[in-house]
Write a protein that binds this ligand. Structure first.
Ligand SMILES: *[C@@H]1O[C@H](CO)[C@@H](O)[C@H](O)[C@H]1NC(C)=O
Ligand SMILES: *[C@@H]1O[C@H](CO)[C@@H](O)[C@H](O)[C@H]1NC(C)=O
Ligand SMILES: [Zn+2]
Length: 316
């Protein structure tokens, strides 16, 4: 082995160790051999028929007028204590403590908020997981909830109604969003895999779209968007994106690394899974979301046309 080969080995060694462990997965931005196309090789579910994310086609979504406003419980106050934010090597994740729940709006039970995390591209590239009419957004926030009839994630992941995730699309605009400043400021403390920091709690509703937009969402049955891709998620993706400033976007997408201490530094970019085939699933639109005209409206248009034609015929 010459000196050049030795150097190359030393440089790549930590990375090879990291990706070659049993069941390791990654994003294509890290390595081409363990990205989303290969996930089904380590977890069978990733090749299933109810995978997430998806592309939401507004005009193909089926209106369900029973999908009214979600009931948020405990979302309006900062719970006691502190929260832990960490870099888990795939995303930046905040482990929630406190009693925050969602229910109603077509959910079969009450679901407890467990954690939230983000998916993104880079400072100049979009990176949401869900796309809407083919359009990708700069970032996406996922707030993960577990059905209160289960005591553990392991149990919940075995049930198609075990988890409920809220997806919030994030755009970049002119003004700073003070609701995200705690998180943005804490990013510098979680730049490496395994890093963690404590942050003050805040009312979780600060991360959601404005109150008057919460009744507009899309609903479908899907999966976790990372291995093991369990098909256990009732998805709710809000139609209205929230907005952060360019500077906030820059910090959120350009501070974290996939790498742990001592490894070759690789920026955490493009940590999103591309849209998966819808297969036989239907996307439902809530009562107030944009969708194709409801079947009730189509029926009445049809009836009116028929009456009109009958009237013309009778007249002659
Ligand atoms: C970052 O970590 C330092 C050291 O633990 C702490 O003093 C500081 O408050 C943290 N900053 C933020 C914004 O979380
Ligand atoms: C911040 O959160 C509050 C409470 O949910 C909301 O009323 C406000 O519109 C949010 N601000 C922005 C800029 O989104
Ligand atoms: Zn996610």
């Amino acid at each position: 082995m010459n000196i050049f080969q030795l150097c190359l080995t030393l440089i790549t060694f930590p990375f090879i160790v990291h990706v070659s462990g049993g069941g390791q997965w990654c994003y294509t931005s890290q390595h081409s051999t363990c990205g989303p196309d290969h996930w089904k090789d380590i977890s069978h579910s990733c090749g299933g028929d109810h995978q997430s994310p998806i592309n939401i086609e507004k005009m193909k979504a089926k209106r369900d007028s029973r999908l009214e406003s979600i009931t948020f419980q405990g979302y309006d106050q900062a719970p006691p204590g502190q929260w832990k934010l960490m870099n888990d090597g795939h995303s930046v994740l905040l482990s929630l403590s406190g009693d925050m729940y969602i229910s109603e709006a077509g959910l079969p039970n009450k679901y407890k908020a467990l954690q939230f995390h983000f998916h993104w591209g880079s400072p100049n590239k979009d990176g949401s997981e869900h796309t809407v009419d083919g359009k990708q957004f700069p970032l996406e926030l996922h707030i993960v909830h577990m059905n209160t009839k289960f005591n553990s994630i392991t149990e919940a992941k075995k049930d198609p109604q075990g988890l409920a995730v809220l997806g919030i699309l994030i755009t970049v605009g002119e003004t700073e969003n003070s609701n995200y400043s705690t998180l943005v400021a804490a990013m510098k403390n979680v730049s490496l895999e395994g890093d963690s920091t404590v942050v003050s709690t805040f009312p979780l509703e600060k991360l959601l779209p404005p109150q008057n937009q919460l009744s507009r969402y899309y609903r479908y049955q899907g999966s976790l968007t990372t291995p093991d891709c369990s098909e256990a998620v009732i998805w709710t993706v809000f139609e209205h994106p929230i907005s952060i400033s360019r500077a906030q976007h820059q910090i959120l997408t350009d501070t974290a690394y996939f790498s742990a201490q001592g490894e070759v530094l690789l920026k955490m970019t493009d940590n999103f899974r591309p849209p998966q085939p819808l297969k036989s699933r239907k996307v439902l639109a809530s009562k107030d979301a944009t969708a194709r005209s409801s079947s009730a409206l189509q029926a009445s248009v049809f009836t009116l046309t028929l009456l009109y034609l009958t009237a013309i015929l009778l007249h002659d």
